[in-house]
Design a protein around this ligand. Structure first.
Ligand code: ATP
Ligand code: MG
Length: 426
């Protein structure tokens, strides 16, 4: 027997029952983005591998273990994008829309990471990313947090998601902290697991994020970065906290929040929920004021974040009953025809209705079957109304209109269909 070809591990299909919920969540996200003046940018899903190595950092989990890299027919080494920030900056430098300009951008689409698949963690997943260029003050950091807050409120999850923030200082001050942290870790080497020992000299800040309970306990006494940051970063962070206080936004300062990618400086943020177990981070981001220059552009202040749409959809479905019953199968009108030459009349009527009622969801019955059978099909499609074109009805310029929501049925003149539909579907 021929073996069926399966989807690639960790890469999911999204069926119409899922896409209905996705679309309504996406629409809310997009509407609010536009409300803040953010514009969409669409970027390729493949870039040169060197872009990610340079942007994210050679010794990060993402670059070391998680990238999907391939060699194309020309011998170019290409990577399926694991995140969107690097590609966005690459485009900005290429098209010259970063230098001396302000940009508020967003994108949405699939990202690829070779991780161990589990709930809330996939190999192809989707992110909505936002990037702001050219604004250096903490006001824009606060704006992004306000935008997030508005999303969560509109989606009905604001009571179940909390904001953690931290300040990583400048790269120079971080270097100083790094050495102090290494010294602390060296003094407590006996409490570190093998993993931590391995990253101790390569990326010691990763240990601050360890899930090992013994290490976690040790970290409670580790030196904190905020004590070592430069003065300008401190002023920036205090400015952000003050803005959030005045705007009535709740937050926690997590001194050990570091994020997994190397490019962040100053502000880092995460929005976390307790509903999704270990995969509780819905949204993460921060400042990356050095990255544009590092990728070959002019120095440009920048800040951004990305939300994991799968995790967001999970949470919204879990907490907001309005998003539980959505289905793509909700149809407004289902047109049934029975008898010779009625099919073409039904198709013409359907087209005419679509011309004048472009927002209406309308399906025409295809295939044979008695009227009863066709009505069963209409019910399966979740239709609200069905128009029945029988030979007899057509002869007398009538159609039968059946309201499947309450079972009522009446004959109406063909010339009145549009008005009647408009009233019934209001
Ligand atoms: P995590 O700590 O969960 O691995 P991360 O720090 O690697 O997350 P980012 O690179 O900041 O995540 O990506 C932003 C968001 O994208 C995450 O907060 C999460 O919601 C989502 N995300 C990241 N990796 C995955 C994945 N493999 N599957 C589903 N969503 C993901
Ligand atoms: Mg990760």
């Amino acid at each position: 027997m021929i073996k069926n070809i399966q989807s690639v591990r960790g890469m999911k299909d999204y069926l119409p029952i899922n896409t209905a919920i996705w679309q309504s969540i996406e629409n809310i996200l997009k509407k609010i983005l536009s409300n803040y003046g953010y514009k969409e940018i669409r970027l390729p899903i493949i870039e040169q591998m060197s872009l990610y190595k340079r942007a994210i950092g050679k010794v990060t989990d993402l670059v070391e273990k998680e990238m999907y890299t391939l060699i194309d027919r020309n011998g170019d080494v290409l990577t399926l994008r694991p995140e969107g920030t690097a590609g966005c900056i690459r485009a900005g430098i290429e098209h010259g829309f970063l230098y001396n300009q302000e940009q508020r951008l967003w994108y949405m689409g699939p990202m690829f990471r070779h991780e161990r698949p589990q709930k809330g963690r996939y190999r192809q997943f989707h992110q909505l990313g936002v990037e702001v260029f050219g604004i250096k003050g903490p006001d824009v950091d606060a704006e992004l947090i306000l935008l997030n807050t508005r999303w969560w409120k509109k989606l009905g999850i604001d009571k179940h998601i909390r904001l953690e923030i931290n300040c990583l200082g400048s790269f120079e001050s971080r270097e100083n902290y790094r050495n102090i942290l290494i010294r602390f870790l060296e003094q407590n080497k006996n409490l570190l697991d093998e993993n931590c020992k391995r990253s101790m000299y390569i990326n010691p800040m990763r240990i601050l994020d360890s899930k090992n309970p013994v290490v976690k306990n040790l970290i409670k006494n580790a030196p904190i970065i905020i004590d070592y940051i430069d003065n300008d970063s401190r002023i920036h962070f205090e400015g952000l906290c003050k803005l959030l206080d005045n705007l009535g936004v709740s937050y926690e300062i997590n001194h050990y929040l570091v994020r997994g990618l190397d490019y962040y400086n100053r502000t880092v943020i995460e929005w976390i929920t307790d509903y999704l177990g270990a995969q509780g981070t819905i949204c993460g981001g921060g400042r990356y004021d050095n990255l544009v220059k590092q990728l070959g552009g002019h120095s440009t202040p920048a800040v951004g974040f990305a939300i994991g749409i799968e995790r967001l959809v999970f949470l919204v479905q879990e907490l907001n009953p309005c998003f539980k019953q959505l289905s793509n199968y909700d149809i407004d009108v289902y047109i049934i025809s029975y008898g010779s030459n009625t099919k073409i009349i039904a198709m013409c009527l359907a087209e005419k209705l679509r011309d004048v009622m472009p927002e209406v969801k309308l399906v025409t019955n295809f295939g044979e079957g008695t009227i009863k059978k066709q009505i069963t099909r209409a019910i399966k499609w979740g239709a609200k109304l069905t128009i029945i074109l029988s030979e007899d009805a057509i002869k007398s310029n009538n159609v039968i209109l059946k309201d499947l929501r309450n079972g009522t049925q009446k004959n109406i003149l063909q010339s009145e269909i549009i008005n009647v539909l408009k009233t019934l579907l209001k």
